[in-house]
Design a binder for this molecule. Structure first.
Ligand SMILES: C[S@@+](CC[C@H](N)C(=O)[O-])C[C@H]1O[C@@H](n2cnc3c(N)ncnc32)[C@H](O)[C@@H]1O
Length: 290
């Protein structure tokens, strides 16, 4: 690495951009700027103005750039992930929330519009992105969250406590039995990747926890199926279930929900890129005969 003492910020960011591009980082310039801003704390607008002058590169910049070049997620280096209106604390042991999940939150917010005190639970909350956003954006909501991993649970606790979310460490398969039949909404972004479909990006394959990625079974459908079964248990009659999934799983999930005979209005939703990335349904009133 050719960073040197007394180097200007503009030169250092240019060099960092080249290093990150060579390492295969998808957005090298933005990441180079965000790492510089992480050290300087001036905000991207002011940083870009500084890049036009002769400000010096901040101390420690080369180390952060080399970490990012090893494909450590940007959010693990800065310790922060931005999700809707939240600034979430993240790091090793917790799934970094993704932009497409913001659309899943919007589905919940649209559904509960007009309800005074909707009762919502987020199954597999990770950093708390979904539960925290609903608590923040839906005044009067009673929000619960369930997370199995002790590491993710610790991050979620940090993020969700100030937002008044009730968080428990537990298995989404049997969590919250004392709340059976009482929720207006069950939302989940469960692990759903098939066992063999190991992600190619090192940030995901090496740094997202495996328990957040793989859904179980060859098709990755064990936990999504369990989340749907728990939703049927936890929701009141007419309650709303929405779950994120991979694009290729959309048809399978819709069929699975319809087959149980417990759901009506099964609907597949597109994300901002036009991909079928979420499915919602309403819990039908009665349990059909087996
Ligand atoms: C894909 S991540 C989603 C995290 C977060 N909801 C989000 O959208 O950013 C799935 C989460 O489910 C958790 N998880 C996996 N198995 C679980 C289980 N049996 N019960 C509860 N949570 C589980 C993982 O630890 C992980 O935090």
């Amino acid at each position: 690495m050719a960073f040197h003492q007394g180097q200007s910020l503009a030169d250092a960011v240019r060099e960092a951009t080249d290093i990150l591009a060579d390492a295969g980082v998808p957005s090298p310039r933005v990441d180079a700027e965000l790492l510089a801003d992480h050290l300087l704390g001036v905000g991207l607008g002011r940083l870009r103005a500084m890049l036009l002058g002769d400000s010096p590169a901040p101390e420690g910049y080369a180390e952060l750039v080399s970490e990012r070049a090893e494909r450590v997620p940007l959010q693990h280096i800065t310790g922060v992930a931005y999700f809707r209106h939240l600034e979430l604390r993240v790091g090793p042991g917790v799934f970094v929330p993704r932009p497409e999940t913001e659309s899943v939150v919007q589905l919940v917010i649209d559904h509960v519009a007009g309800m005074a005190h909707p009762k919502v639970v987020d199954l597999g909350t990770g950093s708390g992105a979904i539960a925290g956003s609903i608590a923040q954006e839906v005044p009067g909501a009673e929000v619960h969250a369930v997370e199995y991993s002790p590491f993710a649970h610790a991050w979620a606790m940090r993020n969700l406590e100030p937002l008044g979310v009730t968080l428990i460490q537990g298995d989404l398969r049997d969590a919250l039995p004392e709340h059976n039949g009482t929720f207006d909404v069950v939302v989940s972004n469960p692990p759903y990747i098939p066992a063999e479909a190991i992600p190619t990006e090192p940030e995901v394959a090496l740094h997202d926890p495996p328990e957040a990625l793989y859904g179980g079974g060859a098709d990755g459908m064990e936990l999504p199926t369990a989340a749907a079964a728990s939703a049927a248990r936890l929701l009141k009659s007419g309650g709303y279930f929405v779950m994120e999934h991979a694009e290729v799983q959309a048809a399978w999930i819709a069929t699975m929900l319809k087959r149980t005979g417990r759901w009506s209005n099964v609907t597949t939703h597109l994300d901002l890129n036009g991909k079928e990335r979420a499915t919602s349904a309403l819990l039908a009133g009665t349990v059909p005969d087996e």
